[in-house]
Design a protein around this ligand. Structure first.
Ligand code: C2E
Ligand code: CA
Ligand code: CA
Length: 696
């Protein structure tokens, strides 16, 4: 039945009819507003507002009216709470899903059982039975059908129930296997698990008056009317539709792989959670969890293993929270947890810590032990004015921050993060025009052969001359370029610019013809499948000899798909272009892949260089990298060389090339040329005069 129709045609008429009788009827939206209410209901609600009656039931109905179970098939139940407190009254409620335009909620019918008993008012009962959407049958305690509403009689295939009719429940529902002498209310109390109190619906076969079997959904409720113990059966004839609708809803709202709530259900639950929290003056916490290294595992162990990992992650997440908390899968490796009824940050803090710990334990996939890590962003509903969208945005911002700080961290959203994120969004919007507006520029930093004391190459480093913010460093905007995909056009531009620039310098005799130019290659371009054609085009346009171009890649870049990377790099190498590994020692190094890669140079990360020779660990790492490189017949570059002590150590250890502020910071092209003579002199002086430290 269309709820629009129910609302328009029936509900209004019924509300009018019932306005002076005992049942309370109204329409409650999922936002907790009464769209319509009849007079008795209005009276009761007013009394509650004045504190004369208890309001527990309102709370319960509010919760149900926005729950997703209700959306599928409605519910009916008894409320045993005493209202008002001095009177022992029982309410019988039926909530039917209601949807009209933007409003979603429930058509609420509430009847006071005791008043019916007291007044012996069967007629009031019968009018309610007519008012409800289900087929309703009233059986006496021996199981004889006393009354059926219009829908029930239609199901039974009888125009009306006469005194002569003797339909026994055992004939109508043979599969219940009731015998004629059984006391029905007693039987029901023993079978409460199967049919109890209007909450459990079962599929049963109904034999109609013509003996035709019909599949229906049924629930049964015990009723006391006029001092008699009777039983009411509520039926829905669309069992198949009901079941397939359930399946459909399940499919629409759940992730088929993990069985967790999907994004649609998650958003609904979050929205409802926020509404409930506001009403109860509690908090909702939202955790967004992102797995690191999932793609790597998917790519290396295959999709079946990837799927298995996600299932195990889902299970562990569920085990870290209470049953009533929502765990959802939002994207391929993104999950969310909604914690309702929290009072402060503490609950979310505990869950954040538990999730990190749970995911930190190894997973067993295809007999292999696999480790992953996770980052979590947490937001809390603090202001009643905040919506669920705000909560989601804040958790995303906190997640971004957590990811920046490294693996296995959880971060709570804070106002500072908001400012940082707004700044990021501001930069991002300007970034789209930066290339066209010629705001991207290249700085060049010389690389010095520390044995001969001469400049042997330059590393091109990107800068953004922002019209209002000044010259911005790549740490601020390269991640944004990567996120937006703008990194590809920018990298093509910078490869071309660096190669043309270098070729011009050599042709004009400004720099020696043996100097090389190094460019940082982004992951996206390496993995795009078009790196080779870009390089061919750039080398063709610039006419730079390929052996003078060096591409810097990082270990982590390779890990996305090592086999593809090796294939691409072999082709790059075949063009004559050199390859170096940047930031060596900070990624997931594996000696086996080092052998397979067509590389020429290892660059020791500045993190090890800045502390040598005083920090013994840094010194021994730097020494090991130099030895490793030389054993593999690779050249070594140390970057971030800032002082003579470090240079002396590197010279003594046999490092080949150095780069750093000791010689020169990265400079714009014109400035580099202007001070070129000076730079050459510094290179020579520093290299030959540095005090060589004793290294053993
Ligand atoms: P990187 O490739 O490791 O670049 C070296 C960084 O160290 C540069 O920072 C450079 O300015 C800085 N540096 C050089 N000498 C010293 C020194 O003596 N002491 C210290 N403390 N730092 C020194 P920059 O230019 O800010 O670049 C940072 C990172 O941004 C680069 O690290 C690279 O990963 C990325 N990046 C820079 N330019 C590009 C580019 O054109 N494309 C891509 N994809 N990434 C780039
Ligand atoms: Ca670099
Ligand atoms: Ca580096």
């Amino acid at each position: 039945m269309s709820f629009d129709r129910l609302y328009d045609l029936q509900a209004k008429a019924r509300l009018a009819n019932l306005s002076n009788s005992e049942p309370w009827v109204g329409i409650l939206t999922a936002q907790g507003q009464w769209l319509l209410k009849n007079k008795p209901l209005e009276r009761e609600l007013n009394a509650i507002a004045k504190g004369q009656c208890q309001s527990d039931w309102v709370e319960l109905i509010h919760d149900l009216s926005c729950s997703d179970q209700l959306a599928s098939h409605g519910t009916s139940f008894c409320i045993p709470s005493p209202i008002p407190s001095n009177l022992q009254r029982r309410l019988w409620c039926q909530l039917l899903p209601f949807e009209k335009k933007e409003n979603r909620g429930a058509l609420v019918t509430i009847t006071e059982q005791s008043s019916l008993v007291n007044k012996g008012d069967l007629t009031a009962w019968l009018s309610i039975l007519e008012a409800i959407q289900d087929a309703a049958m009233l059986f006496d305690q021996s199981g004889v059908l006393l009354h059926g509403n219009t829908s029930a009689l239609q199901l039974m295939g009888i125009p009306e129930l006469t005194r002569q009719d003797n339909h026994h429940i055992s004939q109508v529902f043979p599969e219940l296997q009731l015998n004629n002498t059984e006391n029905l209310p007693k039987w029901l109390s023993h079978n409460n698990e199967r049919f109890g109190a209007g909450k459990r619906w079962r599929e049963v076969t109904l034999l109609n008056a013509q003996g035709k079997p019909l599949l229906v959904m049924m629930t049964m409720l015990p009723l006391s009317i006029q001092g008699q113990h009777w039983v009411m059966g509520l039926l829905r004839d669309n069992a198949k539709q009901f079941l397939s609708q359930q399946k459909l809803l399940n499919y629409l709202y759940h992730d088929p792989l993990t069985g967790l709530a999907n994004r649609a259900l998650f958003q609904d639950r979050l929205a409802q959670g926020v509404i409930r929290a506001r009403r109860r003056k509690r908090k909702v916490a939202l955790l967004i969890i992102n797995l690191a290294r999932f793609k790597l595992i998917n790519d290396t162990l295959g999709h079946t293993a990837g799927d298995e990992l996600l299932k195990q992650v889902a299970l562990r997440l569920k085990q870290t929270v209470r049953d009533e908390d929502t765990v959802a899968r939002l994207g391929s490796d993104e999950f969310a947890i909604i914690l309702e009824d929290t009072f402060d940050q503490h609950d979310a803090d505990v869950v954040g810590r538990n999730v990190i710990a749970a995911l930190g334990v190894s997973f067993k996939l295809q007999e292999k032990e696999v480790f992953i890590s996770a980052s979590i962003g947490i937001s809390l509903l603090t202001s009643p004015a905040d919506s669920h969208e705000v909560l989601l945005k804040q958790a995303d911002i906190a997640l971004y921050k957590a990811q920046q700080l490294g693996p296995n961290r959880y971060e709570f959203f804070s106002k500072d993060m908001k400012a940082a994120s707004e700044y990021r969004i501001h930069l991002e919007s300007c970034l789209h025009y930066a290339l066209a507006n010629q705001e991207m520029v290249l700085y060049y930093q010389p690389q010095i052969d520390i044995h001969f004391g001469c400049i042997v190459g330059f590393e091109a480093l990107l800068r953004w001359k922002h019209p209002t913010e000044g010259v911005l460093l790549p740490g601020l905007f390269v991640p944004l370029l990567e996120e937006t995909g703008l990194i590809i056009p920018v990298s093509e531009w910078l490869l071309e610019t660096a190669c043309i620039q270098h070729r011009t310098w050599i042709s004009e005799g400004k720099v020696p013809p043996y100097t090389s130019i190094a460019v940082n290659l982004p992951t996206r371009l390496l993995m795009s499948g078009c790196l080779l054609s870009v390089l061919e085009k750039v080398l063709h346009i610039s006419q730079l000899p390929p052996q003078l171009l060096e591409l810097e890649i990082t270990e982590t870049m390779l890990m996305h798909d090592i086999n593809f990377a090796i294939k691409e790099l072999n082709q790059v190498k075949a063009l004559g272009v050199s390859i170096s590994i940047d930031d060596f020692g900070t990624g997931y190094s594996s000696l086996s892949y080092l052998r397979k890669l067509p590389i020429d140079t290892l660059k020791i990360d500045q993190m090890f260089v800045e502390d040598i020779p005083d920090d013994p660990d840094a010194a021994s790492i730097a020494r090991s990298i130099i030895n490793l490189a030389h054993n593999l017949r690779l050249q070594v570059v140390a970057e971030g060389v800032e002082n003579e002590k470090a240079l002396g150590f590197l010279q003594a250890e046999g490092c080949d090339i150095c780069q750093g502020y000791l010689f020169s910071p990265p400079l714009p092209a014109e400035q580099l040329l202007e001070s070129y003579e000076q730079l050459t002199e510094t290179a020579y002086m520093e290299s030959t005069l540095a005090p060589q430290s004793v290294t053993h």
